[in-house]
Design a protein around this ligand. Structure first.
Ligand code: 5GP
Length: 189
């Protein structure tokens, strides 16, 4: 059986990568989504083990020390990381796996899996990004400003990715991800 392919999808918070990933997953049952672990508190509507594994700092640090994370990062005072076990298992079973992580994590993954495909989602404009981040309204102004600053740092990394997609329209962006996956699969045939 052919091993699955590993895809990393990044982009600034507010660029719409979550929505795009969800739709890509809905349309292809062979693809798996890696649920990350975080020490951030759940936002309204977020579910444990679906959006993230929400854990304490102690639990996170324990798994990290045991070598249980494929990559990890500290972002706006919280840890985020990819539990490695599930990803390895899915790839071995032939499933393609999507990691929705930031650029720090993406470049760590590239070190471990040089064959991973890195895709960056760009917002249509910086103004649009600002209003999406501010419009979320689930955080303090300080946290939102830091997210905005992080989003700018993130944007500066786009040219290091294998592919870039401008999210003007969600359906078109989803099609673009699917086109990229097709190209990557055909490389192996
Ligand atoms: P949020 O708090 O908005 O859900 O996520 C904040 C940032 O952390 C986003 O850029 C998101 O892509 C990134 N992120 C989520 N999970 C992971 C992970 O497992 N590893 C890394 N490195 N970043 C992650």
């Amino acid at each position: 059986m052919t091993r699955g392919k590993l895809y990393v999808i990044s982009g600034p918070s507010g660029a719409g990568k979550g929505t795009i990933c969800r739709k890509v997953l809905e349309e292809d049952s062979n693809i798996r989504f890696s649920v990350s672990m975080t020490t951030r508190k759940p936002r309204e509507g977020e579910e444990d083990a679906v959006d993230y594994f929400f854990v304490s700092r102690e639990e996170f640090e324990r798994l990290l020390a045991e070598g249980g994370l494929l990559e990890h990062n500290l972002y706006v005072n919280n840890y985020y990381g990819t539990p490695v076990k599930q990803v390895v298992q899915w790839l071995g079973e032939g499933h393609d796996v999507i990691l929705e992580i930031d650029y720090n994590g993406a470049f760590q993954v590239r070190e471990t899996y040089p064959e991973a495909v890195l895709v960056f989602i760009l917002p249509p404009s910086v103004e649009e990004l600002r209003s999406r981040i501010m419009g979320r309204g689930s955080e303090t102004e300080e946290a939102m400003n830091r997210r905005l600053a992080e989003a700018m740092n993130e944007l500066a990394q786009a040219d290091k990715y294998d592919y870039r997609i401008v999210n003007e329209n969600v359906d078109a962006a989803v099609k673009e991800v699917q086109r990229i996956m097709k190209i990557e699969r055909s490389k192996e045939a």
